[in-house]
Design a protein around this ligand. Structure first.
Ligand SMILES: [Zn+2]
Ligand SMILES: [Zn+2]
Length: 168
């Protein structure tokens, strides 16, 4: 699932029909606001939610630097100061916080990552340690080493996914 893996892989000709109704490649280019990146759509049980063209339309501008934020990108949620005029394209999250990018020259620090830009156009707040481990490895092949000890010893709290990993 999201966020995408952005490693370099060849764009293959294999296609499937996404839930949005469009035929799509698994890996393809996405262009928004003059910037092109290559993304992989997440496939679960042979299905995927959106094609690359639909994902393209969900990209937004960073509230602070104006550069594009694509689905799957990490984002910041900063609050505006009085002397900054929020541009029209800025996307408000809540409590006067606006969605911004995590580029080195825009975010104050990488530690300010608040979450990821998710379809159909919302901020998914940061993942818990277990979710992050699952996302990184893809279910159900999570290696125990990837999961923090506190999570491994806490299946009561983290539920079924935890038990799948640690109790076979
Ligand atoms: Zn589509
Ligand atoms: Zn920015």
């Amino acid at each position: 699932m999201w966020p995408f893996d952005k490693q370099k892989m060849p764009i293959s000709d294999f296609t499937l029909t996404a839930e949005c109704g469009h035929e799509t490649k698994v890996r393809d280019e996405v262009t928004a606001h003059g910037v092109t990146i290559t993304t992989t759509i997440p496939i679960k049980d042979g299905k995927t939610d959106y094609c690359h063209r639909c994902l393209e339309t969900m990209s937004i501008h960073c509230a602070w630097c104006g550069r594009p934020i694509f689905v799957g990108d990490p984002v910041t949620l900063y609050v505006s100061t009085d002397d900054y005029a929020i541009p029209d394209y800025a996307v408000k999250h809540e409590d006067d916080a606006y969605v911004g990018c995590l580029r080195g020259d825009c975010a104050e620090t990488g530690a300010d990552r608040a979450g990821f830009w998710y379809p159909p156009g919302q901020v998914k707040l940061d993942l818990s340690p277990l979710e992050a481990a699952i996302e990184k490895s893809g279910l159900p092949l999570v290696k125990k080493e990837d999961v923090p000890e506190e999570t491994a010893n806490n299946c009561e709290t983290f539920g079924d996914a935890c038990k799948r990993i640690f109790k076979g």
